[in-house]
Design a protein around this ligand. Structure first.
Ligand SMILES: *Cc1c(COP(=O)(O)O)cnc(C)c1O
Length: 459
């Protein structure tokens, strides 16, 4: 007999969300405004439009409009690979022998392999609307570069991707895929920018860093006609685009009258987690839903659980506006961790505010335990999870086992942000038991904190 609730809940095209949801509009206590690092006054759209496209800047600075229409041209893009399925984890529940109901929203069903395409599409669309001909960006682990390359191919834009040199060497398949989509991939640091040349002069054998790649991408965007820069996480307009995840999940759950008790997601810069929880958090803040929300981060890069709530730069080169967020300091360098997408020093400002005000919980998990959870999951659910996403799996399993202990029949929803097909080096390290579980000492963290700007706003 078929299950009452299907294993995969899909939406029809008619049921697809037509608006993104701006959670900030429903927050009585808003996240702090972005500051110009020179004047320490709130940034203006003119400041930001020198670097970013117009509509994303407007969305970034808008904390009052609840529903923001998804233009038809972006809905069209979404239809190419959405809706993403909401999956009832019947097999995992059985394996865990838990009374809990577990659901996950699976964002790996596109060639880029992750949720990042949900913001790459809109950002390429708005660039086209602005009459631009090209974009620049950076990529570390490679997921964002792939997503942007795919979106730019769709909308007919040129793209230059500065890929951290060490990743371009360690992940040749990511590089090949980005190039197959027609993007120009440049290992960073490079001699195409002043920043890159300067770094190469002092350290010709450097393996590169995300901070350096961001600086190179911004420099090229600013110096190129009809070109802007795009960013794949951290900022509020990215989180806004990612609310398609939570909105679809909510429509699917509502069809069966299911209300989640615990919502879990992994957090790097916060975009997939923020996108998943936004509509549910909105209900919670309005007193209509009694749910817990849990962010999961790597123990090697604990911006929530051990970070400071302070104004800081979004990049190591200190070129972005100042963002009040949970941060380890832009100078913090996390130890090598296979969840490349979670190796970021800061956190989205809205999520940071929710955490600071006690609406969002956070947990830090070590790598080996995260992979134990990943392997347990893939054996029964048939999906190879990305190392980043596996952080959410770990905590979902812990919560389901807690239900087994107490006998409570809770509804757990987690975000499976992507697939791990390009992460086999990580799985090899896990198989060979050569994976490191380094946790930064207080002294390591202190070094990072000392890079947080000493401004009056940081007390
Ligand atoms: C980039 C990435 C993340 C982390 O980014 P967020 O902005 O925190 O969502 C998580 N999972 C996957 C699969 C990613 O590619």
């Amino acid at each position: 007999m078929a299950n009452k609730i299907p294993t995969r809940i899909y939406l029809s095209e008619d049921e697809m969300p037509k608006h993104w949801y701006n959670l900030r509009a429903d927050m009585k206590e808003k996240p702090e405004l972005l500051l110009h690092p020179g004047t320490l006054k709130p940034v203006t759209s003119a400041d930001m439009e020198a670097i970013f496209c117009k509509e994303p800047v407007k969305q970034e600075l808008d904390d009052t409009t609840r529903l923001i229409p998804i233009p038809e041209g972006i809905q069209d893009f979404y239809r190419a690979y959405r809706p993403a399925p909401l999956i009832r984890a019947y097999y995992l529940e059985k394996d865990l022998q838990t009374p809990a109901e577990i659901y996950y929203k699976f964002e790996g069903v596109n060639t880029s392999g992750s949720h990042k395409l949900n913001s790459a599409g809109p950002q390429a669309y708005y660039a086209k609307e602005d009459g631009l001909t090209s974009l620049t960006t950076e990529t570390g682990a490679g997921q964002w570069g792939t997503a942007m390359a795919m979106a730019c191919a769709f909308y007919g834009l040129k793209l230059t991707v500065y890929m951290v040199k060490i990743s371009s060497e360690q992940k040749p398949y990511r590089k090949a895929l980005i190039e197959a989509y027609g993007a120009n991939l440049i290992p960073s640091p490079s001699n195409t920018t002043q920043t890159g040349r300067k770094i190469l002069e002092t350290d010709p054998n450097t393996t590169g860093s995300l901070g350096c790649a961001i600086s190179e991408a911004i420099e090229t965007a600013v110096n190129t006609e009809k070109c802007r820069y795009v960013l794949g996480s951290v900022l509020n307009h990215v989180l806004l685009h990612q609310t398609i995840i939570g909105l679809e999940a909510k429509v699917a759950l509502d069809k069966y009258g299911i209300k989640p008790d615990i919502i879990i997601g992994c957090a790097g810069g916060g975009s997939n987690l923020g996108g998943l929880i936004s509509p549910f958090m909105g209900e919670k803040l309005a007193g209509k839903l009694n749910a817990r929300f849990i962010a999961v981060e790597p123990a090697s890069c604990p911006s929530f659980t051990r970070g400071r709530y302070a104004y800081d730069f979004g990049d190591t080169a200190k070129t972005t506006p100042l963002i009040r967020m949970q941060t380890l300091g832009s100078g913090f360098i996390p130890s090598a961790n296979h969840a490349g997408g979670l190796r970021y020093h800061g956190m989205n400002s809205t999520l940071s505010k929710l955490y600071h005000d006690g609406h969002l919980e956070a947990r830090a998990e070590t790598q080996t335990e995260v992979f134990d959870a990943a392997v347990r999951f893939m054996k029964v659910e048939g999906i190879l999870p990305a190392p980043e996403s596996s952080h959410a799996i770990k905590v979902a399993i812990d919560e389901a086992l807690e239900c087994k202990r107490t006998g409570e029949k809770k509804v757990i929803l987690f975000g499976l942000s992507g697939v791990g097909n390009f992460d086999m080096t990580a799985y090899m390290a896990y198989n060979n038991k050569t994976m490191s579980d380094y946790i930064p000492t207080d002294e390591d963290l202190q070094k990072g904190f000392s890079s947080i700007p000493d401004i009056p706003q940081n007390g």
